[in-house]
Design a binder for this molecule. Sequence first.
Ligand SMILES: [Zn+2]
Length: 341
Amino acid sequence: MPARLLLLCLLTLCAGPALAQSHFNILVYHHVAEDTPASTTVSPATFREHLEYLRDNNHPVIALQAALDAVRNDEALPDGAVVITFDDAFKNIYTNAFPLLQEFATPFTIFAATDPIDQGFNDMLSWDQLREMQEWGATIANHSRDHDYMVRHTPRDNAWREAMATNIRHAQQRLEDELGDDIPRWFAYPYGEYSAGLKSILQNENFVGFAQHSGGVYSGSDFLALPRFAAAGNYARLETLSTKLNSHPMPIDLSSIPDMPTTESQPSMTIRVDDTSDMSQALNCFVDSSWQDAQWIDEQQFKLSAPEPLGTGRHRFNCTAQARSGNFFYWYSQPWLVLEE
Ligand SMILES: [Zn+2]
């Protein structure tokens, strides 16, 4: 047996077929209402459809803490497990979503920015409403103090680092003051925008980070920028949602992932996949909503580039590969924040 094969064998192959690692997918909602911005809204009727779909199609909804514990400790999770989250703490979560979540006995997490609540904004949840949902079993977590852009305009110097850490600590303190000491150290990035610098602040503060690009969570995920599938607007249709809910995270070598902010107007990525054995070689990739050919450089690495300048702001590369072992896709998404040079 050639030495290289023997080494591979020792590392993986001789253990038999790769065990399906436990994984789960997170959905992110904002508004559950009729009259709020379409791109971040599902109607109460659609939200009910989602909950019915999950119940009737083997997608157990589990609490985020239990899901994180399972993947980190390599404990089994039911295939198709889903976590439900809401960002921003809009009042319609209480009025429109909470009755349905109670009816379906669905655990959920709300990521709240604390200043708008402290200021009593009319369309935001009150502390009393958050307490009531928490007492029922909801988890409330940190979405910054002020929901400002955190990585766009500021110089990434020590003053910026201190300001960001102070912002996150202030929000956490307000949550603990109002809701008790067992607020998890979870942080959802405002607008899903993060950077290596901001991630390192979360790491120092001992937080798990949640972003807004698509993909699933497993033990090899970046726990400082966990992906979540958007479930509102165009993404609310059950047909597209079911593909995502059944997807598995593509096992990516984290060291090959580029940072989200870039000054390249045509960003490019070369991603190394840890284990391609169950993946079809044919990648289906999109730059924003346009299909784009991706190239395998070798057996483990593929390259995808924007075919034209993207313009400043947020963009996404999405790549999926059909599984060989079942009727599902492996999913990887790279978020970009294109900044002025
Ligand atoms: Zn938000």
